[in-house]
Design a protein around this ligand. Structure first.
Ligand code: ADP
Length: 416
């Protein structure tokens, strides 16, 4: 048997075209797209009369795509033993056939209705082939080593691309499964919390009626226990509200209801709402609001963030003032809202942990205060959803400053 001459160097033009095809292959997101690109590329690069892309399906081969002067076998499934692509896959080696009608390895029946006289075929992946790429000529032709080389490059790229598509699809499925799991859990938590809220409200209502002596006079010894019931049930209700908030965030993790917002109006509303609580603790409330441009964001979520920060500021401040400031930051394409208090402050070592769920600074002076430690973790989640940032500076005994950065545009994070 004559041995093949060594392959000559591929021309620059051919290499350029090869790189372009390989780039296209690497960007394909489906096996069908890979098949189509490889078929077209193989023909274009070699000038053959036809090219096919074949995939192994167990003991059969599937002619996934083709590019040829006349139809070949596109869409057909054939037993491995009945065609030359099967031979290439089983023997894990390429084949060059100058005249199919003179080669015993070919069962010519499959070719009679086609233009094919000679062919070349290489396996996709030699270790355990997942398919093959074929080139066909309508005349007697001995494919050159360069054509063989080109086909090998295409086969290698196709093999990597198909593997990546598999990984990508698996990853996408896993993400979908994980999201589904989060949704199911959130639904469960949300249902349970709702169910708990109703009896809790009933306990609260009846305890309040008892305290107000609607059911008759109560003794002075009974006042403290009834107040304790009221206090604890309120705590539980607030915990349930926070859990409901968190499960809501989980459930619509991907949705931001973005509408144009006038932040100055929103801040006015927030300030008016917090005023009575500030006055109740004899604190001063100041605000410094620059003129702010309208932003595209989720008003409900922004209110929730600011209310949480403000209620903490009121809760942890026993004297002095609370300041709300808003600045426009055109260079960062966003706005900064600052809530500063002159309260108890937070130790440097606690600062990184205060955004963790259920984290509360352990200090005698604060633990007499209500709260369950979910507020700031909800804030953090919401800020992330709005593609913003939250920072805190604090000094013990001096006060804390929380700075919320919001971009001019918070878009929905939903992707396909
Ligand atoms: P909660 O207020 O329900 O305890 P948060 O998640 O809102 O929970 O806050 C976590 C902890 O961070 C609080 O328990 C408190 O120790 C600390 N913290 C939050 N805001 C302030 C503040 N403005 N001043 C001092 N400490 C604060």
């Amino acid at each position: 048997m004559p041995t093949d001459p060594p392959a000559r160097d591929l021309s620059v033009g051919t290499l350029r075209r090869l790189v372009k095809v390989i780039q296209e292959i690497s960007m394909a997101r489906t096996v069908e797209a890979v098949a189509a690109i490889v078929g077209r590329g193989a023909r274009e690069l070699t000038g053959a009369d036809g090219a096919t892309f074949i995939l192994r399906e167990g003991e059969r081969v599937y002619y996934a795509d083709e590019d040829a002067i006349a139809p070949l076998w596109k869409g057909k499934r054939l037993p491995m033993a009945a065609c030359i692509s099967g031979w290439v896959i089983v023997h894990r080696q390429p084949i060059f056939i100058e005249d199919i009608y003179a080669d015993t390895r070919v069962s010519v029946e499959a070719y009679r209705a086609t233009f094919v006289q000679s062919l070349m075929m290489v396996p996709i992946r030699t270790a355990a082939p997942i398919g093959a790429i074929g080139l066909y000529w309508s005349r007697k032709y001995r494919a050159t080593p360069e054509e063989g080389e080109l086909l090998h490059y295409l086969a290698d790229s196709a093999s990597i691309a198909i593997e990546n598509i598999g990984l990508y699809t698996e990853l996408k499925q896993r993400t979908k499964d994980a999201e589904e799991e989060v949704r199911t859990k959130s639904k469960f938590v949300s249902n349970v919390s709702h169910e708990l809220r109703t009896p809790m409200n009933a306990i609260l209502g009846y305890a309040a009626l008892l305290r107000d002596e609607i059911y008759g006079p109560i003794s002075s010894e009974q006042i403290d226990p009834i107040e304790a019931i009221l206090r604890n049930v309120r705590e539980l209700l607030s915990l349930i509200e926070s859990i409901l908030d968190l499960s809501k965030i989980d459930a619509d993790r991907l949705s931001v209801q973005a509408t144009p917002i006038n932040l100055t109006e929103l801040l006015d509303e927030i300030i008016r709402a917090v005023q009575p609580f500030v006055e109740k603790k004899s604190l001063a409330l100041r605000w410094q609001l620059e003129t702010l441009p309208p932003i595209l964001s989720d008003a409900g979520k922004i209110k929730q963030i600011l209310n949480n920060l403000l209620s903490n500021a009121v809760k942890f401040t026993h004297a002095g003032e609370i300041t709300i400031a808003a600045r426009n930051l055109p260079e960062r394409k966003g706005v900064a809202i600052t809530i500063a208090d002159t309260g108890i402050g937070i130790k440097a070592e606690d600062l990184p942990k205060i955004f963790d769920p259920f984290y509360q600074v352990q200090a005698d002076s604060t633990r007499s205060l209500s709260g369950v430690g979910l507020g700031l973790s909800i804030v953090k989640e919401l800020v992330t959803l709005l593609q913003g940032e939250i920072q805190v500076q604090s000094e013990i005994g001096q006060g804390s400053t929380f700075t919320l950065f919001l971009p001019y545009r918070s878009t929905s994070l939903k992707t396909d």
